[in-house]
Each structure stands twice: as C-alpha cells, then as structure tokens.
Design a protein around this ligand. Structure first.
Ligand code: N01
Length: 533
C-alpha cells in the first residue's frame, strides 16, 4: 500500500453513541471518514437491547450529548430514566439532524483490521467482502455489545421461543398466556422480569447470583423541571465533568463511619429516595471500606426483607457473595415486589443448578420446568469481547487477542502498544462503564480528534503508545482498583462472568474528572508516552 492507496483518513467501527459522535467530530475537522455498523440502523447498545423494561440507569438529561447546545435545548426527554425506545429515537434524531447516516455502511460486520507499517495505515475487511483502507482506526465497538450465551447442555434443543435480552428481536414478543423462564438476574433480567410477570401465565426466574437493586424512582419530567435544567445546562455539564462518574452527583462529604447511626440512616434514606445505582456512592468510603460497606448492605437487606413477603424467598434474593456496589447496582421498577406475585417462582441455582435444557424446558437438579419461552438475560463478554471478535493485527502481524491474553493492556485507555493509529473509545483502562458513557464518548472522541489534528500539524503519519507507558498505566489501573473492594466481586468488570477470561479489573476507577485531567496532560505535553513518527 502506498499513501495514495489510502481510501480514508479514518474508519469508525460502530454506529452507537461513540461512533456517531466520532463521525460528526472527525468530519467537522475536515477528515474523510467512513463508518461500518453490523446492525441495520444506528444506536449500538440501544439498537439491540430492546427487551421489555429496558431503560438507562443514568438520568436522561445527563445521558445525552453535550457537544451541541441547540441539540440539548431542543430535545426534550419525557422521563427521568429514558426507555430504550426513547434513547434510540434520540440517537436516530442526532444521526438525521447532523446527516451522519450517509457516512456509514450498515449491515456490514468488520471481520479484520490489519496495520501496514510502511504505509502507516489500516486495511479493514468486512463480512460482505468490502475492503477499505484508512490512516486511523477508531474502535467505537461498545463495551456491552458482544452477548454471552452460556453453553448450557441442550441449549439448542429447546423447541419453544428463545431470546437473548442483548439481541432482542424487532417483532413484538408476547408473553400472554405463556410459561416463561428468565435465566440471569443482572440489570437486563431485573429490568425485564417485572414486565414479563405482568402478562405471562407463569414466570420462572433462574437465579445463579442475587444482585442488589434499588428502585429507580422514575417519573415523568415536568415542563418546569425541564425548563430549569435547560436554563442551567452549561453548569450541569461543568459539574458532571468535575465529578467522579460524569453526572452532577457527589457523595456525602463525610464517610459512613464518620457519622452516627441517625445521620447515616438519614443519608441512606435520602439516597434510597433518589433511586438507582447512585446508592453505591452515598458515602465516599462505601466501596473502599468493608465496614462502611456493611452499613449500606444491611440497610438494603432490610429493605428487601420489608418488600418480599416470603422470608425464604427474601433470603434467596439477598446477595452474600459481594460487597454492595462492587457489581453494578441495578436500577429497577418493582423487581422485588414481583416475587410476591402468585405467577412468579424464584429458582435458586446455587441450591439446584441447571443440568440441561431439554426440548420442553429447563431441568435443574430437582425439577423439570416446562416452558414456552426462555429469555437469556445472561449478559455480555464485556469491554473486550467486541474487540476480540475482530481479527485485529498490529505492527509485525501481532494479534490483539494475544497481546491481551492476560487482560486488556492500554495506555490511558485509548491506545495499545504495537497498534499504531488505532484508538479505542470508552474501553478498558478508561472510566468507561463506571461513568456516564455519553460524556465519556465525547471526552475520548475530542481527545482523539485533537490528537489527529496534532499529527497533521506536525506532518506526522503515526502515533503509537510506548510499551513502558502501557506498563505504567496498567499498574496504575490495578493500583486504583486494589484500593477498592471491587476486585472482591465476580463481576463482568473483572471478566469473571466469561469462562477462561483473565480476572482483571478492566475499567479505570480513579474517577471521570481525574481521568480527564490525565489525558489532557498527556496531550498538552506533546503526547508523552507515545511515539509520534
Ligand atoms: O448482564 P450481567 P446484564 N447460568 O452480566 C447470569 C448494563 N446494563 O445484561 O452473576 C445461569 O450483569 C449471571 O449470573 P452470575 C449494566 O452496566 C444496564 O444483566 O454470573 N445464570 C447474571 O445474573 C449491567 O451491569 C442497564 O452468577 C447465568 C446474569 O446472567 C450490564 O449492562 C440495563 C449463566 C448476567 O448479568 C450487564 O447487564 C441492562 C448461566 N450459565 C444492562 N451465565 C441499565 O439499567 C450468566 N448467568 C442501564
């Protein structure tokens, strides 16, 4: 390949919220950019996760782009926590408003990307035979997009309907009059279970690990509230960028162990009322001190026991295997109440594991549950799965999957040694899923586009993370994680939900604002830790 053979300045893989903004921003910088998306439309996660009850657990007014004030002033969210369909409608609106679709090829899956060192460019190959080349490769492939379908014996024998929450079909799925089994009680299961229970004749919930879940406190947004938010959006965004999680929410200024019982209860009551996963951040020491964490855990346990009428079922629903908040706390609407319904049964797989799936249902060690439908709410090969499913080859033919065989290794979450001119958006080694993904995507894409402009201004063709910089960043990420309780949980943050995946805490847990300062400093220093050629 010669420089003249390079088709595009940049190729963006994925038309989710990161990919859309990447195309918008790089195009605004005057780059020739082309995008590939395996789905039929834009939206990424929000295109695929159309299961009943799917909502975002970050408030809609924060989980939206900040890059264009007219956009944020003109779009009006209807609820505090938006449904999947409203978020998808928003992303479609963004795609149309900024005329982004024409840059994407849809229904095309990228199968391999290979770096050519002499040309300092990538060759991108797809499953339709289309091949193209680009100077820069932007992996906007998503962190919760490669679904996990566990290899349960007999899985493909089942003759009824069978769906995965992360690949929900576009046709209407009716539960009415059906015996439905849901496998999995993470966010997807916990959101869909109350909705399915409303119309199913019978619902059997197969739970391997119970999870902490806090009522969302969802509500319609009033005109007055929306007007107030819009009048102060700039300040709201500023606070979000200064925060640990990319939203304008900050923990109580004192630790759980620094206050007396009455004050602690008052704060927990307040955060319970606020609703959702933010409960994990009521006190700053909740995820660093087990003793502090216990106070939050006991509070939530008491709530679950208050809601669930049968004490034996409540026992099964209360987690005992991880400190609260070290797996993402689920934001629910009526989850625990669902187990008071006559048509819902909880099966504790720790006591009676699944042995096989038969043609008519799910057989556990003590019973065959005859079913008309199985819903797999079994999650994702998170953070690295969408990358490892592409054959990515860097300098000298090295494979990304080999380089990452002991866990993902990035420099500031954005780049990988041996893979020049490739940038990863909101992936491992960045705050990613621990922060507001929309502002995270903007933060990354802005950094990447500034970096590409810098290379242009300095007449440079390539940029590559140094091996030592990667070593240091990986050590920094590990140190930050080890200072918390997070590594104690068998979570997808740790890769623990996928058999054979290395157990490494993948996101950077040093905070969104802190991280922003670190990557800005790298850029301001003329890209220290990178080799620019
Ligand atoms: O996936 P999960 P998810 N047999 O991995 C179980 C985001 N999200 O799709 O814990 C039986 O959390 C598994 O059990 P265990 C959010 O960040 C957000 O629910 O491995 N069970 C677990 O219960 C979230 O954290 C929203 O023991 C099996 C479940 O399946 C992330 O996505 C909504 C099994 C998987 O839970 C992932 O959530 C949805 C097996 N062989 C998702 N294999 C919002 O609210 C797995 N399980 C924004």
């Amino acid at each position: 390949m010669t420089t003249r053979d390079i088709d595009h300045d940049a190729v963006v893989i994925g038309a989710g919220l990161s990919g859309l903004y990447a195309v918008y921003r790089l195009r605004a910088d005057g780059l020739d950019v082309r995008g590939f998306e395996s789905a039929e439309g834009v939206g990424g996660t929000w295109y695929h996760n159309r299961y009943p009850g799917a909502r975002c657990d970050v408030e809609s007014i924060d989980y939206s782009y900040s890059f264009d004030d007219d956009l944020q002033q003109e779009w009006t969210w209807s609820e505090r926590f938006a449904t999947q369909s409203e978020i998808l409608a928003y992303l479609e609106h963004v795609a149309d408003r900024f005329d982004l679709r024409k840059h994407f090829d849809f229904l095309i899956r990228v199968t391999s990307t290979v770096y050519d060192e002499d040309a300092a460019a990538w060759t991108i190959t797809t499953d339709t035979g289309v091949t193209t080349t680009a100077r820069f490769l932007i992996m906007a492939t998503g962190v919760l997009s490669a679904t996990n379908r566990p290899d349960i014996p007999g899985r493909d024998r089942f003759e009824g309907e069978s769906y995965h929450t992360g690949e929900w079909p576009h046709h209407e799925v009716s539960f009415a009059g059906k015996r439905v089994g849901v496998i999995g009680t993470g966010s997807s299961g916990i959101q869909s279970i109350p909705v399915i229970a409303e119309t199913a004749e019978q619902l059997v919930v197969f739970q391997r690990s119970p999870n902490y879940s806090i009522p969302a406190g969802n509500r319609p947004l009033t005109e007055e509230y929306i007007a107030e938010v819009k009048a102060n959006y700039a300040e709201r965004r500023r606070l979000s960028r200064e925060s640990g999680g990319g939203t304008p929410n900050f923990p109580y200024p004192k630790g759980a162990l620094e206050v007396d019982e009455a004050e602690r209860k008052r704060i927990y009551d307040e955060w319970w009322q606020r609703g959702g996963y933010l409960f994990a951040k009521a006190f700053p020491d909740q995820t660093t001190s087990l003793e502090a964490n216990d106070t939050a855990r006991e509070y939530v346990e008491a709530k679950i026991r208050e809601i669930v009428k049968d004490p034996a079922v409540a026992d099964d629903l209360i987690p005992t295997d991880h400190p609260i908040g070290t797996k993402r706390i689920v934001t629910d609407s009526g989850y625990f109440e669902t187990f008071n319904r006559d048509n819902v049964k909880l099966v504790n797989l720790r006591k009676t594991p699944i042995e096989e799936i038969t043609d008519t249902g799910v057989r556990t060690s003590d019973h065959l549950y005859e079913l008309d439908m199985i819903v797999y709410a079994t999650g994702f090969d998170a953070m690295t799965g969408s990358l490892s499913r592409i054959d990515i080859r860097g300098r000298g033919g090295r494979k990304l999957v080999d380089e990452w065989s002991a866990g993902p290794r990035t420099y500031i979450g954005l780049a990988v040694h041996g893979f020049p001119n490739m940038f990863i958006v909101t992936g491992a080694g960045s705050p990613s899923v621990l922060a507001n993904m929309v502002l995270g995507a903007e933060q990354h894409v802005d950094w990447i586009s500034d970096c590409i402009s810098y290379l242009g201004e300095h007449d440079a063709k390539s940029i590559e993370a140094d091996a030592e910089a990667v070593d240091e960043w990986v050590a920094e990420c590990n140190a930050k994680a080890s200072a918390t309780l997070f590594p104690q949980a068998n979570s997808w943050y740790m890769g623990a939900n996928i058999e054979g995946k290395p157990r490494v805490f993948m996101p950077y847990i040093g905070g969104f604002a802190n991280y922003g300062r670190i990557i800005d400093e790298v850029a301001d220093s003329g890209y220290k830790g990178f080799t620019v050629s």
